[in-house]
Design a binder for this molecule. Structure first.
Ligand SMILES: [Fe+2]
Length: 226
């Protein structure tokens, strides 16, 4: 454990186990800024949605922390994959799909965050119909906070700029979320998000800065999966 974890393709070659959440956030910021800013927006969106869902302060804190760290496992994914604008090879896709397990393992080993936080990181790519990963959980078996993260993660991915296509409008993204309700997403959460989506515009300036335009192939391959 004390020897640290190797970060592939990062200027930071060794990651020292961090006992605090800000430490891990900083590592992600240093390794891949677009993923970091995506995580920050997802956490803000989740907090807004969770507030509308009348979660308690403790629950909101867990939700915000988990969403902020949901892609922390990408610390171990080479930047060459994260930045690539080419279709991922099967091998790259298999590697990319490990990031929820890698991330939750990192947090379990190095922090004392709540179980609810770790569950968000581990299960944010599960799908309502059971075809997601890593566990193939289905419906309400997917932890609620992970279901919330899944919706806002996909939303942010869809309306963020990509090098190979224009971002979708908020209206288009909501339409896409609704279309995937009951298969990919929990429909009840999608509808609750639709009710507050008018309030999220401030997170998305008209022109997204160039250094945020480099999105992951993972996000393109599974466009509504974040
Ligand atoms: Fe992810």
């Amino acid at each position: 454990m004390n020897s640290g974890l190797t970060v592939v393709g990062s200027p930071v070659r060794k990651v020292r186990p961090s006992s605090d959440v800000p430490g891990w956030k900083n590592m992600l910021k240093n390794k891949h800024a677009p993923t970091y800013t995506h995580c920050i927006r997802v956490a803000k969106l989740a907090h807004m949605l969770g507030t509308a869902m009348r979660l308690t302060e403790k629950e909101l804190a867990q939700l915000g922390t988990g969403c902020c760290l949901h892609d922390i496992g990408k610390l171990m994914i080479p930047n060459s994959i994260l930045n690539s604008s080419k279709p991922m090879t099967d091998r790259e896709w298999r590697l990319m799909k490990l990031h929820p397990e890698i991330g939750s393992d990192i947090l379990e080993r190095t922090t004392s965050v709540d179980r609810e936080v770790i569950e968000i990181v581990r299960h944010h790519h599960e799908r309502w119909d059971g075809t997601g990963y890593p566990a193939g959980l289905k419906g309400a078996d997917i932890p609620l906070f992970a279901r919330i993260c899944s919706v806002v993660d996909a939303f942010d991915s869809m309306i963020s700029e990509r090098p190979y296509r224009k971002r979708r409008t908020i209206e288009e993204a909501v339409t896409e979320l609704i279309a995937h309700g009951g298969t990919q997403f929990d429909t009840a959460i999608v509808l609750q998000f639709e009710a507050i989506v008018k309030d999220v515009q401030y997170l998305y300036p008209i022109k997204i800065q160039a250094n945020e335009s480099s999105r992951t192939r993972h996000e393109e391959r599974a466009d509504t999966q974040g």
